[in-house]
Design a protein around this ligand. Sequence first.
Ligand code: MG
Length: 423
Amino acid sequence: MAPSDARTGTLLAPAPWVDGRGDRIRITAVRTFLTAPHGCPHLIVRVETSDPGLYGLGCASDPQRTLAVRSVLDDYLAPMLVGRDPDDIEDIHRLMLNSAYWRGGSVTGNALGGIDVALWDLKAKRLRAPLHSLFGGRVRAFAEAYTHVDGADAHEIADKVTAARERGYRHVRIQAAVPGSDTYGAAGVGSPDRSVPWNSAAYLKTVPGVLTRVRERVGDEVELLHDVHERLDPRQARDFLRRVEGAALYFVEDLLAPEDAGHFRRLHASSPVPLAVGELFHDLRQFMEVLEGPSIDFARIRVPTLGGLTPARKLAAVCELRGVRLAPHGPADVSPVAQAATLALDISSHAFGVQEAAVFKPAVHEVFPGTVVAHDGGLVPNEAPGHGVDFDEVAARRHPVPEPGVHDRWALLRHTDGSVGRP
Ligand code: MG
């Protein structure tokens, strides 16, 4: 067997029905690209075919383990795909998932997610249809979006909420600085290398009061959200919910870490504050624990980490049946390719609630033509075939990704007693 033959998907993983299909389009290459036009690393996947000019684009961006995801794609998954008919997305997804034997984890999830979204993009392009039309079509005119603001005190935050309202947003995530402590989501406090420790007691004493005063200043015509970013333990989380009730939040996000998810049931049963969780989940089964009951109100899915649209659509169906709304993860570490793929899900699912919307730097729009931008607080999908976002390889080369250990420093945090904290 020639080495080139050994690296074809038809020989590595034959699908028994393929022979009867005759001369169909085949996958000829899976290429990966690194770029960082916004500063954080993006890993883009391009699945190419025997039809010249027909390709699909996916996003496999795990900013903390970018090169490991790239190796899974280049060294393990790409050889399984070359030679296969790109139409069989469900079969290909399961085959790639099981090929690792030890399934799961963010590295595997993002690698799968990159290929999966590229295959959905490719299928929609072949059918000359926007991606959401393959998911049953649109069920809403636009996806409600939320943006982020932060500040040193209630006055500054309230002014920024008002400015966001004037830009059209009806949902705004608010993060407040904690004097003397690292603080997630508040610019200008703490330090980029996390040398300032996190102080849970100071956060609990300060932030619920600030959020409540912001509510008093802005009134009830705008929805306010807040992200705890998994920095509290279950006892502190209960205390936080009690203190923050007056802020009438739309939801509080990542009140607990995935490791403490067993406590959501008790917290949810006794709290009037809606709970959102899931951006750190990399497996559908992690969601099943909190969807029993359910013990959350919003599922914060991150499409690339979960393994792409194939598993995300199944999760959306369970959420719809459980009465849980989707609030997909979408800051700038999710590339415009994955943003558009997520929007196809939002716009076609009855379970959709609200979408986190990134505001990208101008350079991102050069690298990713078709990047979706929020207008009047909502996101409208591109009606071009596929997910509608392209990739300019030449422009991408102008934005090299940071070396490992540079961006990763973001996730290093310690408590005031020196022990390691959650990012
Ligand atoms: Mg978050």
